[in-house]
Write a protein that binds this ligand. Structure first.
Ligand SMILES: Cc1ncc(COP(=O)(O)O)c(C=O)c1O
Length: 425
């Protein structure tokens, strides 16, 4: 039975980020609850990566499931131009209540890439509408902002987008900031914004996810945002991965004392239940679109913009984020990670271990650090056979769990990692 289904899958389905050859069969999952994914035969796999970083309250959350079910019965979807609905309005109020005060409007789309696409288009059109068009964007080397052409353009050039490189627009990349190169990076950034040609600066705050959970300091980001602000460059915080508690605060940019101008949100937004992207924008940018000139309209939208079921999931998830146990769990997971970091730091098979909030990354000493590092499959399979889903980025192993993971479950993952490290010797 399971074999038949897998055969059909292999015949019909093209999976994301997956070569068509040389891969193990996909694993059929029938049910998911809490941190576990269940196979047909009842065996379980612990989801220690929150199913591509989306799941924050655990799988099968009943509060969200009920809200989704009710909304599906009440109204599944309506056109969002010329019409609106209560769930979207409620979500706008919810998000604006936790975003910095400068944020004024929210714009809906379907995923993280589209939330970035919208942000970039808004930034370019903001300058166009002000009749001082600017053509350049600054991004950070190593960045990943999604897979549409705009979001690929502001991402690092590399293995993911070689075939598309000739079609990506030019972007100014600054080096990934470290304590060692801080002053050079800032000087380069200052020079770029000083040209007056820069429309926007886009960044993954504090943690570059796909680049291998690379982390940089609050101080450096603060300096960059401050410099951009002073030069009137629009700051776009791509909080697609870092939003909703990942880095220990509700938004990663809450660690700064200057708010960005635009936020990109997705992943944890619906608690990992429904696809949705949101771009939020500060008042001054909105103002440039608020005119009688029809040509200054933001002509962008998707068929499923503002989908009521996705909004209901996001509202139900938001309610859970407002309970005291939400931030308490984030704190607990972060503390567990710190303790574990202290325990294994210095292991001879670790190049570097780093942590920001609920994310801990272990860069293994298994050759050159890269997404394409060949040890990836071996590491992935090693943990899967032990009932743990850890999906390394090349030789970078990381844990990014749903916040409801218990101490005992975390200890099981830590224990398996220690065992693996020792086996490498
Ligand atoms: C920081 C960041 N931005 C954007 C995206 C793209 O999101 P999506 O996969 O939902 O299009 C991702 C996905 O991993 C991401 O980590």
């Amino acid at each position: 039975m399971e074999k038949d289904l897998i055969n059909k899958d292999r015949q019909n389905i093209w999976h994301p980020f997956t070569p068509l050859r040389g891969q193990a069969d996909p694993i059929l999952i029938d049910k998911a609850k809490g941190v576990y994914l269940f196979r047909e035969d009842g065996t379980k796999i612990m989801d220690a990566v929150s199913s591509w970083w989306v799941n924050i309250h655990g799988h099968g959350n009943e509060h969200i499931a009920k809200a989704v079910g009710q909304q599906a019965l009440d109204m599944e979807h309506i056109i969002f131009a010329g019409f609106t609905h209560k769930q979207a309005i409620k979500l706008s109020e919810n998000l604006l209540s936790v975003l910095p005060e400068n944020q004024e409007k929210i714009f809906f789309s379907d995923n993280g890439s589209t939330s970035v696409e919208v942000a970039i288009k808004m930034a370019f059109q903001y300058w166009h509408n002000k009749e001082t068009p600017k053509k350049k964007i600054i991004a950070i080397e190593g960045a990943y902002h999604g897979d549409t052409f705009g979001s690929m353009s502001v991402g690092s050039r590399g293995s993911f987008n070689i075939p598309f490189e000739p079609f990506l627009f030019d972007v100014e990349f600054i080096d990934f900031p470290t304590e060692g190169n801080k002053s050079e990076v800032l000087a380069h950034f200052q020079k770029l914004v000083g040209t007056g040609e820069i429309a926007a600066f886009i960044f993954e705050p504090l943690v570059q996810g796909s680049a291998g959970m690379r982390m940089y300091s609050v101080d450096i980001l603060q300096e960059l945002v401050k410099t951009a602000n002073e030069a009137n460059v629009v700051c776009i915080a791509d909080e697609v991965m870092t939003g909703f508690g990942r880095t220990g605060k509700f938004f990663a940019t809450d660690h700064l004392n200057i708010p960005p101008d635009i936020f990109c949100l997705s992943k944890g937004l619906t608690g990992g239940n429904m696809p949705m992207g949101i771009t939020t924008v500060k008042g001054e940018i909105v103002k440039a679109f608020d005119t009688d000139d029809i040509y200054k309209t933001f002509f962008h939208g998707h068929s499923y913009t503002g989908n009521p079921i996705a909004c209901a999931a996001a509202n139900a998830s938001f309610e859970l984020t407002q309970k005291p146990e939400f931030m308490a769990n984030i704190q607990r997971v972060s503390e567990n990670h710190s303790r574990f970091k202290g325990e294994i730091e210095g292991h001879n098979k670790i190049k570097e271990i780093r942590q920001t909030g609920t994310i801990i990354a272990i860069e293994l000493d298994l050759g050159t650090t890269s997404y394409m590092n060949k040890s990836r499959n071996q590491i992935y399979n090693h943990f899967l056979t032990r009932g743990i889903l850890l999906r390394p980025l090349g030789n970078v192993l990381y844990i990014l769990p749903p916040y409801v993971i218990t101490d005992e479950q975390l200890n099981k993952v830590y224990g398996a990692i220690i065992e693996y490290l020792d086996e490498l010797n």
